[in-house]
Design a protein around this ligand. Sequence first.
Ligand code: SF4
Ligand code: SF4
Length: 164
Amino acid sequence: MRASIIGTVARGFSILIDGTQSLVRALSASLPYLFNANPNTLRKEVTEQYPDPVSSRTTDDLPPRTRGLVHNAIEQCIGCRECAKACPVDCFTIDSERLEETQKEWVSLFDIDHSRCLMCGLCVDVCPTNSLTHSKRYEYAATDRKKMVESFGKGEAPRRGDYP
Ligand code: SF4
Ligand code: SF4
């Protein structure tokens, strides 16, 4: 009976010592951050406040392969619709017509619905003229999904004799 009481007390002390050691280890790791002690020996901060009014970072500081909002340099676009065929979620609405005088495609309507976009990059990969790219823009929150549709089209085709 006496032996079992001593065993129980010993186990209790052992657990107490383990717990105290864990607490000391945890505090010794976290307290220097709390009081900003020895900044040279601490790991650098890797998180960024967002939006950060102090940081001088711009979108140009993002990695070169950043997939931001899809952008169309419409003057290079030939209206082939390869992007629309590749897009798995139907982001594109395109309308175009061939101008008789120039025999070139006039892309009057080119809308991208960013609210649907998965940033998969398939459209960019298949674009034969490289007019489609991922920009580094990433802020496009809106309260109305219709406001997340961006238009790149040239509008109504010019009248005959007035072609560019
Ligand atoms: S990145 Fe993907 S989801 Fe977004 S428009 Fe292109 S193909 Fe569609
Ligand atoms: S794939 Fe490129 S060139 Fe063809 S319609 Fe799309 S953006 Fe224009």
